[in-house]
Every structure is written in structure tokens, then in C-alpha cells.
Design a protein around this ligand. Structure first.
Ligand SMILES: [Ca+2]
Ligand SMILES: [Ca+2]
Ligand SMILES: [Ca+2]
Ligand SMILES: [Ca+2]
Length: 234
């Protein structure tokens, strides 16, 4: 007997809500973090949120594209990326402990602790930034905080000047979305069996996330509601 999967598509890359995504190329040598003896490092450009058609209160899905070489001769490409919102486009000099004077934390962002500088092991971590790609999950959905006007993005690395991207594909797709994708329970930008299992666990455990219809009852309609949301994508 063949087990039947309840959904017509097992693996669905999340579709956007219809708003076109903006693609930005990221120079892997650029950073908003403190650097030390890192001659080739450059400053992260501050992206004006209004140039993306976005404003405080909007949710952004930020998905990493491509990859970069994190040092000469390394095999394979690094993908880790971090980002931070700011109330200004200002960036203090590279040797400043906290270079983004207007940094603000974002709802929905995954915490990231950035590595110390390669030379001197100086602390670089700032509280307000978030992971875009942590090496496992290639995206994030974050809410633009009140007063934020700019977004800064950079590779997550300890030495930036030796980074290269010969094919120039390291970057992000940024899409304005309604909010976190409900059926993507694992928040990894892919809809698959694991999301269904996570929904099932929430449903069986009477967790609010399992009440898809938001009527306080846990019944067949929640399953139908979840299947509809899953098939609709995000
Ligand atoms: Ca590349
Ligand atoms: Ca490097
Ligand atoms: Ca998922
Ligand atoms: Ca319900």
C-alpha cells in the first residue's frame, strides 16, 4: 500500500504575495562591523528603505542569494549573512566598537553573535543585528522597526578584506510581505513535510498556532485551513 501525501506538492519554494522582489548585490568585503588590521574591508552601503518602497511597520522577507569565498583558496562558497536596521545611514570608522550609531533591533529577527576580528580577536558583536543566513536557514522575515530608515547587510565573517565573489552572485532578494509565513512553521522559506508535522504537533498540543481558523476550537477545519495556506504559499 502506498502512503498518500495530503498535499499535491511536497516541496514548495515560497512564492511572494505578488509584490516584486528587489535584488541587491552584496560586496562580501563590505561590513558594518568593527574591523581590525583588515585593509581590504570596506563600509557596508546603507540601503534606503524608501527606495524599496518599504516603511516602518512593514515586514520584509530577506533571502540570501549566491555565495562568496571567505578566503583565498577555500573550497566552496560561504553564505552566512547578517543585517541591521538603522535610523540613519551613518557608519562610524572601522575601528569603532559600535559602528552603527542608529542601530535598532527588529521583531522576528534571529539573534546572531558575530565572531571576533580575525586579527586581535576584538569583540565585534552588536545586539541589534539579525541573521539573514546562518548557514542552515537562507532567509529571514523581519519587521521594520519604528523610525528605521536604512538597512545594512553584510557577510558574516571575521576578516573581510580577503573575501571575493568572482561570479558576483552574493546578494539578497528583498520582498515586502504581509508578515511571517504562517504555514512555514520551521521558518526556513521552504514548505515541506516538516511544516506539516510541526503544524500537527501544535494542533495536537492545543497550541495557538494549531488553531488555523482562530476560533478557539481544534477540529477538521484547522487542517483544511492549514492545507489551503500551505498550497497558497506566501
Ligand atoms: Ca558567488
Ligand atoms: Ca574572510
Ligand atoms: Ca518550512
Ligand atoms: Ca480552529
Amino acid at each position: 500500500m502506498t502512503a498518500r501525501w495530503p498535499f499535491p506538492t511536497v516541496l514548495v519554494a515560497l512564492a511572494s504575495t505578488g509584490v516584486l522582489a528587489d535584488h541587491l548585490t552584496i560586496d562580501p568585503r563590505a561590513t558594518y562591523l568593527r574591523t581590525n588590521q583588515d585593509a581590504g574591508a570596506t563600509d557596508s552601503p546603507a540601503v534606503l528603505l524608501s527606495s524599496l518602497g518599504a516603511q516602518p511597520g512593514d515586514w520584509l522577507r530577506i533571502e540570501r542569494t549566491g555565495g562568496f569565498q571567505s578566503e583565498l583558496g577555500v573550497v566552496g562558497e560561504g553564505r552566512e549573512m547578517i543585517g541591521v536596521f538603522s535610523i540613519s545611514g551613518l557608519l562610524f570608522p572601522p575601528d569603532s566598537r559600535d559602528r552603527v550609531p542608529g542601530a535598532i533591533g527588529a521583531k522576528g529577527g534571529r539573534v546572531v553573535v558575530s565572531a571576533p576580528t580575525f586579527f586581535g580577536s576584538l569583540d565585534t558583536d552588536i545586539e541589534e543585528d539579525f541573521s539573514v543566513d546562518d548557514g542552515n536557514i537562507p532567509c529571514t522575515t523581519v519587521r521594520i522597526p519604528k523610525s528605521a530608515s536604512h538597512l545594512l547587510l553584510c557577510a558574516d565573517d571575521g576578516l573581510f578584506g580577503d573575501n571575493t565573489d568572482a561570479d558576483g552572485d552574493f546578494g539578497v532578494e528583498i520582498t515586502i510581505v504581509d508578515g511571517p509565513c504562517y504555514p512555514d512553521f520551521s521558518a526556513d522559506c521552504v514548505l515541506d513535510l516538516f511544516d506539516f508535522l510541526a503544524f500537527q504537533n501544535a494542533f495536537v498540543g492545543d497550541k495557538p498556532a494549531g488553531d488555523c481558523t482562530k476560533d478557539g476550537a481544534f477540529d477538521l477545519f484547522d487542517f483544511l485551513c492549514f492545507v489551503n495556506a500551505f498550497n497558497a504559499g506566501c
